[in-house]
Design a protein around this ligand. Structure first.
Ligand SMILES: [Zn+2]
Length: 396
C-alpha cells in the first residue's frame, strides 16, 4: 500500500535509508527536485481512520513522478499511525496526535524501539523519519498535517499563531482557525512549530468523502506553490485548485478563534445531536448534544467545529468566534516591537522563575488584561492548574 519509490526520477536524498526498515513503513513517498529549496513535509493518517490525506498525497506524487519538472527542494509524504491505519481505527491504545510534548518525547527516546509498542513505537519511528526529513535545511521546512473528521463540513486550516505560520497559511483560500493550540496539548503540528518549522494542520471534511481527497489534493498543490517548490506556471491546474477550495468556503469568515472545547470521557455517554457540521452557526441555548449529566447547550452564538459522530475521540465539539481582520493585522504590526519583554512590569504579571519567555499572570490582579491582549502580543496560554495563568511567548 505504501509507495516508497522516492528518488527514482530525481535526486532524492535523505529518505533512502528507510525503505525496508521499521521507519520505512511511514514513508508514503517523496519527490526531490534537482535544485535546492524548501522541504514540504506532509503527514496523513496520524489518526488511522483518516485515509483521505494518504490518497491525496499519492495522487500528487504520482503526477510529479509522471511529469517530472523543475522542482525546488522536496515533498516528503509520511503516514502517521501505521498500525491503526491498517485496522481503520483512530488509534490502537492512545491518540498519536496528543503525544508530542517535549518532556514526553525526551522520556520516550530514552527507550529502545523494540521495547515500545503501539502508539509509543509509532511515535518513536516517526521521530526518526522526521529527523531525517528535516536534516540539512532548518528554517526552510514547511509542515502540514492532513486530517478529516467524523462530521461533514468545509475544509479549514488550523494553525499556531506564530507570524511565520500565519503568513504561510494565509495564502490558502481557506478559513484559518486559531486557538486549537490552547485547547489541545501535544499535537504533532504544535511540536513541529516549536522546532521553528512553518506548520499548519488541515481539516478537509468527512472521513470517507471523495470531496475530502479532492480538497486535500488541491491544498497540497497550493502549499507546494506557497512554499516555493513550484511556481504557479508549473502547475497548469492551479487556478482550478484555488477555485475548488474557494467555492466551498464562500461566505465563511477568514479567521476564527476557538473559545471552548467540550471534553468527552469514555463513560460520559456523549451523543451529539444529529445533523450538525463544522462551521455551522449555533445560537445561545441551542441543544448541541446530550450526555449522562443531561443536555449540552450552546452558551452563546458561535461557530460549531468538529462535532463528534464517532465512538473514538476525546473532543465532543468546539465553539469558535470570528476574529476581525483588523486584530490580525494589528498583531502583525505590534509583535515585532517586542513589547512582550516589558509586560512583567505590569501589576499581577511576573516572569516565570525558570523559563524564559514565560509569564505568570494573576487573573485577579491583572483582570483587565484579557486573554486577547496577550494573544495580540504573541502569547499563548499553557493549560495549567492554580490561580495564575501561564502565558508562553511564541518564537515568531
Ligand atoms: Zn484527525
Amino acid at each position: 500500500m505504501i509507495d516508497t519509490r522516492e528518488g527514482e526520477q530525481s535526486g532524492q536524498e535523505g529518505m533512502d535509508e528507510f525503505p525496508g526498515s521499521a521507519e520505512g513503513k511511514h514513508v508514503i513517498g517523496a519527490f526531490a527536485g534537482q535544485r535546492k529549496g524548501p522541504s514540504l513535509i506532509c503527514t496523513a493518517g496520524i489518526h488511522g481512520n483518516e485515509p483521505a490525506g494518504v490518497e491525496a498525497l499519492k495522487r500528487v506524487l504520482d503526477t510529479l513522478h509522471a511529469h517530472p519538472q523543475t522542482f525546488s527542494g522536496r515533498l516528503v509524504a509520511l503516514l502517521g499511525n501505521t498500525e491503526a491505519f491498517s485496522q481503520g481505527r483512530r488509534y490502537v491504545e492512545k491518540d498519536l496526535n496528543r503525544m508530542w510534548e517535549k518532556d514526553r518525547i525526551a522520556q520516550l527516546t530514552a527507550h529502545k524501539a523494540e521495547d515500545l509498542k503501539h502508539e509509543d513505537r509509532e511515535q518513536f519511528e516517526l521521530l526518526e523519519v522526521l529527523k531525517s526529513a528535516t536534516r540539512g535545511n532548518p528554517g526552510d521546512v514547511y509542515f502540514m498535517d492532513l486530517h478529516t473528521s467524523s462530521a461533514d463540513g468545509p475544509p479549514f486550516a488550523v494553525l499556531n499563531d506564530s507570524l511565520y505560520s500565519r503568513s504561510f497559511a494565509r495564502k490558502f483560500p481557506l478559513p484559518l482557525v486559531l486557538g486549537f493550540e490552547e485547547e489541545l496539548r501535544g499535537t504533532l503540528a504544535d511540536y513541529m512549530d516549536s522546532l521553528g518549522h512553518v506548520s499548519a494542520g488541515v481539516e478537509a471534511g468527512q472521513h470517507t468523502s471523495s470531496l475530502a481527497v479532492d480538497h486535500l489534493e488541491s491544498l497540497i498543490w497550493i502549499a507546494l506553490v506557497c512554499a516555493g517548490n513550484l511556481s504557479q506556471e508549473q502547475v497548469p491546474e492551479i487556478q482550478h485548485h484555488y477555485q475548488r477550495l474557494a467555492d466551498c468556503c464562500r461566505d465563511l469568515p477568514s479567521f476564527i478563534e476557538v473559545r471552548y472545547r467540550h471534553p468527552v470521557k469514555r463513560d460520559d455517554e456523549f451523543v451529539m445531536q444529529p445533523g450538525f457540521r463544522s462551521f455551522q452557526e449555533v445560537e445561545s441555548g441551542q441543544l448541541l448534544a446530550r450526555d449522562r449529566q443531561g443536555d449540552l447547550t450552546a452558551p452563546g452564538r458561535a461557530f460549531l467545529l468538529l462535532p463528534l459522530y464517532q465512538n473514538e475521540g476525546e473532543d465532543g465539539f468546539f465553539l469558535a468566534a470570528a476574529v476581525r481582520p483588523f486584530w490580525i493585522q494589528l498583531s502583525a504590526w505590534i509583535r515585532p516591537l517586542r513589547l512582550d519583554r516589558l509586560l512583567h512590569w505590569l501589576p499581577g504579571v511576573d516572569r516565570h522563575p525558570e523559563e524564559e519567555g514565560v509569564l505568570l499572570v494573576n487573573a485577579r490582579i491583572a483582570r483587565w488584561y484579557t486573554l486577547d491582549f496577550f494573544h495580540l502580543l504573541g502569547f499563548r496560554r499553557r493549560p495549567s492548574k492554580g490561580a495564575r495563568f501561564v502565558m508562553v511567548h511564541r518564537k515568531g
